[in-house]
Write a protein that binds this ligand. Sequence first.
Ligand SMILES: Cc1ncc(COP(=O)(O)O)c(C=O)c1O
Length: 360
Amino acid sequence: MRKVYNFSPGPAMLPATVLERAREELRGWRSSGVSPMEMSHRGADFIGIAEKAEAGLRAALAVPTDYKILFLAGGATAQFGAAPMNLLRGKTKLAYVETGYWSRKAIEEAKLFADVDVAASSRDGGYATIPPRTSWRVDPAAAYLHYTANETIGGVEFHDTPQSDGLPLVADMSSNLLSRPIDVTRFGLIYASAQKNLGLAGLAVVIVRENLIGRPLPGTPSIFDYRRQADEGSMVNTPPTYAWYMAGLMLEWVAEQGGVEAIERRNIRKASRLYAAIDASSFYSNFIDPAVRSRMNAPFRLADASLDKTFLAAAAEAGLVSLEGHRSVGGMRASIYNAMPDEGVETLITFMRDFEKRWG
Ligand SMILES: Cc1ncc(COP(=O)(O)O)c(C=O)c1O
């Protein structure tokens, strides 16, 4: 089979060793004779798999014991609603920072439950930066402050955890969880869909401080109630067992790489190489404030947009796939999550230089 580097924003590429292991265990997990897909979620084998995945995440991010970890269906989008349902706790206001497509989505969903105050927004500047923290106006009456740690479509990333004026801090880390160390104690709630750095679509992980849960909005369905899910081991209903199993394999892989510190070093190297190549050329451009460029998703444009289709076709021919930008932004986007090796980024850079020589 020819070598392909997959730059998909998600579902994204998985490490070859993880896929290989999944392939082997599909024939039969250990001596059980059944694949992880076919196990009862309440059986001892799956409970072992589930506990190991949770322990892996706890170890990777040093999650303290007063935080619950949940593995839930519905992706991050379900958490756009679950966050207000669980964390409003009698209040009626929420504060959100708007930095792009995904924070906008989170805001729209939160509006179903509360008054949403936008504490800061970069919409007027086309979401090309993050408003300086000093300009944020955080309503002290809000139940929490929410931000999107990495805007997967816009390519904007917070490189520091913002200070929250004493409110519980809530972060959507769908596209940068496990890409760097974080101090979990700074957060009330972290949620992330799994299909970037944690495996398969359909699953979200939730890391929530225990003293924030147990007072859901009246009418909250039981599957969205963090307290019930915590008490029942994320098994209020049948969880997405195979995605949970794959998350466990991804977490073992993270540990084998040397943990999130080592992964961060590689991610910095890959992203700097790619942005340096884009900046060195007048044929390609990235339009994001360099201070907040994402290490995970690098959008870029060709000076002549009429060459976009030619670029994508030639890239695919060279084994570089899924480079098309999101329809709302256009141009290109290279998603370079944890699983993308240095060689993938180097191959892309070489291809871009060759393409420029030919068409520039
Ligand atoms: C930052 C961010 N938040 C939320 C989502 C939504 O995740 P899901 O489609 O799994 O619900 C995505 C999906 O790409 C995302 O990138």
